[in-house]
Design a protein around this ligand. Structure first.
Ligand code: NAD
Ligand code: MG
Length: 396
């Protein structure tokens, strides 16, 4: 970087990760400058963010809203250029004036812009786990080919990254004397709920996470523990390990964010209050450290740290995810697509909570295994699985 500021595009600026990212950026006006902000529908918040951060570009994927935004910003004397097409997301993610891209769009919609950032050799801060889950080897190959820097924002993967020795990036995790990775998860809001009450769970109950304030899709994923399943797949690709190298552990307090076990008996973990600004600040500043605005961890306030094994009967989505990465090929793509459709249907009150897993299971069992050789195959598998999930839901 031969200029004084790190210039950042925030994809999904109006979401929970986007807002937290801008909070960290605002603490360091001497270091970071916002180059572009993108949103899907939330015109009001995007407008406020543009007025505050004055980016070169803003993208809102709705033509009318884009026109309104352009007018408001011009009236405020800003020369921000407002764009509105899906391709524009790729343009602001790969622009030659950008150093760093926060990939925080939710779901498969984030794949192409995130890949565009990777192919343009950006420093890519990956929150959008679905992008990596659905395209696995193709995504990681693009990282290798472009020499992009990929840094994890998911708190667990960020914790694993922090618990690994520095040389794992060049030598590979297998030569680091590692026994396995311990991926922790809180178990979500229904950790202790009687199983016979699961079918009447409402979207509001599912979105009320005990430790984290997140977007609605990931909140439901946390309640079903599909989130941990997606994270297991994400970790396999990101750290080049097998599912058998990862142990999923319930840790309801969300203080330990994940761990690495070494062959000599050491276990290294990363701890902190459950606040996404910690992994965001870590990745933004890496390898330096900056203030994230996060309250210091008060050990006197933590009465206990507890651990348990996840039970597949309570979390069938976790089992579906574990099986899908073991099978490989198009199965993780199919799992992710079916999950997105099923979660949307649950949030729209078209299906019940327990039907999320049923829909995904049916989509997986009705899909034939296939290799995914290229991006086109990924996009086709994604589209077909969505259609199949819609059909299964309509017939329930
Ligand atoms: P969110 O729903 O709060 O925000 C999603 C963002 O994506 C919004 O800015 C929205 O405008 C944008 N978006 C949605 N659909 C879009 C589309 N079709 N095209 C373009 N933009 C679109 O979600 P979130 O909680 O911020 O999560 C974002 C990503 O980060 C997800 O992949 C999630 O799994 C991951 N993540 C989130 C957290 C968290 O604490 N929230 C933690 C770890 C990982
Ligand atoms: Mg996570």
């Amino acid at each position: 970087m031969n200029h004084s500021f790190e210039r950042i595009t925030v994809l999904g600026a109006t979401g929970s990760i986007g807002v937290n990212t801008l909070d960290v950026i605002a603490r360091h006006p001497d270091k970071y400058q916002v180059f572009a902000l993108t949103a899907h529908r939330n015109l009001q918040l995007l407008t406020e963010q543009c007025l505050k951060f004055q980016p070169k570009f803003a993208v809102i994927t709705d033509r009318q809203k884009a026109e309104s935004l352009q007018e408001i910003l011009a009236n405020h004397g800003l020369d921000t250029q407002v764009l509105s097409s899906v391709e524009d997301l790729e343009i602001v993610a790969s622009h030659s004036d950008v150093d760093t891209v926060m990939a925080a769009i939710v779901g498969a919609a984030g794949l192409l812009p995130t890949l565009a950032a990777v192919k343009a050799s950006k420093k890519v801060l990956l929150a959008n786990k679905e992008a990596l889950v659905m395209s696995g080897s193709i995504f990681m190959q693009a990282v290798k080919d472009s020499d992009a820097t990929l840094l994890p924002i998911d708190s667990e993967h960020n914790a694993i990254f922090q618990s690994l020795p520095e040389h794992f990036v060049t030598d590979g995790i297998k030569s680091c004397g590692i026994e396995n990775i311990v991926l922790t998860g809180s178990g979500g809001p229904f950790l202790n709920k009687p199983l016979n009450e699961f079918s009447s769970i409402t979207p509001e109950e599912a979105c009320a996470h005990p430790n984290w304030d997140m977007g609605r899709k990931i909140s439901v994923d946390s309640a079903t523990m599909m989130n941990k399943g997606l994270e297991l797949i994400e970790a396999c690709w990101m750290f080049d390990v097998k599912p058998a190298d990862i142990e999923v552990l319930l840790h309801p307090q969300s203080i330990i964010h994940s761990m690495v076990r070494y062959k000599d008996g050491s276990v290294i973990s990363q701890m902190g209050n459950p606040d996404m600004r910690t992994p965001i600040a870590h990745a933004l500043a890496f390898p330096q450290r900056v203030d994230a605005g996060v309250a210091p961890l008060d050990f006197m306030q933590i009465s206990q740290l507890t651990f348990d094994k996840p039970c597949f009967e309570r979390y069938p989505c976790l089992k579906l995810a574990v099986d899908s990465i073991a099978k490989g090929g198009n199965m993780p793509t199919t799992l992710n697509a079916a999950n997105e459709i099923a979660v949307e249907a649950f949030l729209d009150e078209q299906i019940g909570f327990t039907q999320i897993a049923e829909v995904i299971q049916q989509v997986l069992s009705q899909t034939e295994y296939a290799e995914v050789a290229d991006l086109e195959a990924v996009l086709t598998a994604d589209k077909e699985s969505r259609q199949l999930a819609q059909k299964i839901i309509s017939e329930l």
